[in-house]
Design a protein around this ligand. Structure first.
Ligand code: GLN
Length: 285
């Protein structure tokens, strides 16, 4: 059987099992098996897939139809144009989180040349690493409560040669931060408990935001006031429908801050930003 035929068959099986992006996923898994680039795959479409390879490919497709995410099968995922090592110790970076990176870079433009940034709940380290690369002057902390996730983050820091730029911190939310920062960026767990439990593959620590989904974000907001400098920025990724609750909480906890919500490419409110006043004002009277 040719690569083309194998791909067609795999695509059919994936689609029949309700796997989204069946064509893309079948390509990704075949490229992983053969260790080739996308361009090479297209050049080789009429080459034969030998029997052992065909069987190995079928096993990969079976893992995928059993629900295993392709990023865990291949051990990698692209995010913000970079490739990250991922496994079941960490959440798989989602395209919508690229918005957090973009907003952090945009807002860093209005701050000191060398902002201090903290990525809270860093997981694979993807967000912190993108920021380290895009903002070469920034001082960056990345924290996680999961020691296992921090191992993956450390591997990714080495892979992208920013291990010397990012200080990994183990602990709960902002508690391990040694100093106040200019930007807090956080993609915390925000999925409701029942839905998080249904995921079955990714760590529940990275998804489970309590019964309503917002427990961890709310805890972070309560801690943030003490860890943000005047003029600094809080950036939170949120789940669908959480924007009103989170913006009113942030407005209450960070008085005088300018709060905004940015939608993702699907039009879903995805990032809440709060820019604190540059100097503390004392009310008169
Ligand atoms: N966006 C992820 C999902 O919907 C959740 C990530 C998170 O909880 N931060 O599965």
């Amino acid at each position: 059987m040719s690569l083309r035929q194998a791909l067609k068959e795999a695509k059919y099986i994936l689609a029949a099992n309700d796997i989204r992006d069946a064509a893309l996923e079948s390509e990704l898994l075949l490229r992983h098996l053969l260790g080739i680039s996308r361009v090479q795959l297209y050049l080789d479409l009429d080459d034969p897939l030998v029997r052992e390879q065909g069987e190995a490919y079928r096993r990969l497709i079976e893992r995928r139809t059993a629900g295993q995410p392709s990023a865990y099968i291949t051990g990698r995922r692209e995010f913000y144009g970079l490739e990250f090592t991922v496994d079941s110790r960490v959440l798989i970076p989602r395209p919508e989180s690229e918005l957090l990176v973009e907003e952090a870079i945009r807002l860093a433009g209005g701050l000191d040349a060398a902002p201090i940034i903290a990525d809270i709940g860093t997981g694979s380290g993807a967000i912190a690493i993108c920021l380290a690369i895009k903002l070469p002057q920034a001082i960056i902390y990345a924290s996680d409560i999961s020691a296992a996730a921090l191992e993956v983050a450390a591997a990714n820091c080495r892979r992208h040669r920013v291990a010397g730029r990012i200080r990994l911190l183990s602990g709960d939310l902002l508690t391990p931060l040694p100093q106040p920062v200019d930007i807090i960026v956080a993609n915390l767990p925000y999925v409701g408990r029942a839905e998080a439990a249904a995921n079955g593959f990714e760590p529940s620590l990275a998804l489970d935001g309590g019964p309503g989904g917002t427990d961890e974000i709310e805890r972070l907001c309560h801690q943030a006031a003490g860890k943000l400098r005047p003029g600094s920025v809080l950036l939170l990724e949120i789940g669908q429908g959480q924007d009103e609750d989170i913006t009113s909480l942030v407005r209450g906890l960070l008085p005088g801050s300018v709060v905004a919500v940015t939608p993702d490419l699907a039009g879903i409110p995805r990032v809440v930003s709060a820019v604190l006043p540059a100097v503390h004002t004392t009310p008169c009277g």
